[in-house]
Design a protein around this ligand. Sequence first.
Ligand code: PEP
Ligand code: MN
Length: 264
Amino acid sequence: LANRVFHPADTVVDVSGVKVGGSEPIVVMGGPCSIESESHTDEMARLVGEAGGRIFRGGAYKPRTSPYAFQGLGSEGIRYMAVAGKKYGLPIVSELMSIDKLDEFVENVDLIQIGARNMQNFDLLKEVGKTKKPVLLKRGLANTIEEWLMSAEYIMAGGNENVILCERGIRTFEKYTRNTLDLSVVPIVKQRSHLPIVIDPSHATGDRKLVEAMSLAAIAAGADGLIIETHCDPPHALSDGAQCLYPSQFAFLIEKGREIARVV
Ligand code: PEP
Ligand code: MN
């Protein structure tokens, strides 16, 4: 179902009115790594919208490497996001980690993120496949393009064809960056599949100094969108501060993107 051969036309996924894919303008999704508080969520959604971001991101259920690290605000965080998203007219994207929270996400979230660590959680994929909710399927930390597309297939086989792929860097021997951004996936996925693909330069690099260059490169490569972490006080962010752009950098990046492509 994900294969271009049997479906030549580009798929455009409608995320509560924001269209991603095909000849639609490039969609920038932005927001903090973690949802931290009600007022912070409101402020971040406002800043993302003012900068030209079209979808508000934030994690309420966080897949942290250490069990002692901040695990997210859970349903409280989803509630803050839903309120801020409505207030500023931004659909919201957040990560679903377990099947038992599916109803909560179907009700409150516009785009369900399946994180890199769950790319091959086949039970989870099957369950989101039974809904009609758009899904942002991140590439696994060490998964091939073939495996990634087969995971998309799991979701689509259940009847949900609203899948957006997201490259977020893969594990290599390189230590200078958090992960290695594999931008070659953009033309490869475009050739193999009709699904939209967005790039996450934040988790791919782990370093805010590298985010702008990789974002512009992704646009030039033909990506359908970007998902970028931004925070008004990165040194004090509860997670991923080193890779979060300051809001002014986020706004500047969208301006620069507009110079090379039609960016909304
Ligand atoms: C995230 O988007 O905050 C996240 C945890 O991403 P990934 O699954 O790509 O690591
Ligand atoms: Mn993060």
